[in-house]
Design a protein around this ligand. Sequence first.
Ligand SMILES: C[S@@+](CC[C@H](N)C(=O)[O-])C[C@H]1O[C@@H](n2cnc3c(N)ncnc32)[C@H](O)[C@@H]1O
Length: 254
Amino acid sequence: MSDKESETAPFGYRQVTAEDKQGLVNEVFAKVADRYDQMNDLMSGGLHRFWKDDFVSRLAPPRHASAFSVLDVAGGTGDIAFRIARGSGPGTRITVADISPEMIAEGKRRASMEPFGEKCDFMVANAEALPFDDQRFDAYTIAFGIRNVTAIDKALGEAYRVLRPGGHFLCLEFSHVAVPGLAALYDAYSMTAIPAIGKVVTGDGAPYRYLVESIRTFPDQDNFAAMIAAAGFARVNHRNLSGGIVAIHSGWRI
Ligand SMILES: C[S@@+](CC[C@H](N)C(=O)[O-])C[C@H]1O[C@@H](n2cnc3c(N)ncnc32)[C@H](O)[C@@H]1O
């Protein structure tokens, strides 16, 4: 067995080879792509809409006509990209990159119906090896995506590479609940209700069990902030939303 083959990565609570992890993650999103948006509403009780609005307001895309280019990685069905498109001026372009052809197909379908969909381009790409020149983008966003990536440090390195100096890195991700009473409630809800809702709506609870387990194995707020700083970003900080159920991490390439 080569060194590379012996590397492992968490897939939910299981440890799998790094090579297998991406394939398993891709299967999850291929299965849920056409119900993904509906499931987000059901599982979060609509909260994901507020989290995403808050996230895009942190980005504060320009309202004027000057050029502003955003790369939305793991952008899936375009939820973040459409919010940026709606809230920005005519000079803003959003490139949505996602490893799942099924999620990208769903995003393109939605873009054709969105009023500002023409400001968004969709492409299949891996966060760990982005097909873009160095210093190409003004901002990099990733929402509920980075915990699915096998080599998070590689993805952070790529984020740094494609941002121009002065560029903004923003990540929205499930995190670790900082309020004790809420933590127990949230644990019980997420481990039982979410896979059950997933089973009723999509016929299969397993992808949702993975999603919940992957939240548990993702680094907490401070450890993730340290990883972002290690990739080269400056002024790294985070803000908890809903008691730390999710957190927004921010950093700058200077
Ligand atoms: C939970 S969805 C988030 C979609 C969207 N950002 C949102 O907030 O609604 C996670 C996405 O990450 C994508 N993904 C997983 N691994 C990836 C990788 N290595 N590179 C790019 N995208 C990846 C999946 O295909 C999926 O579309």
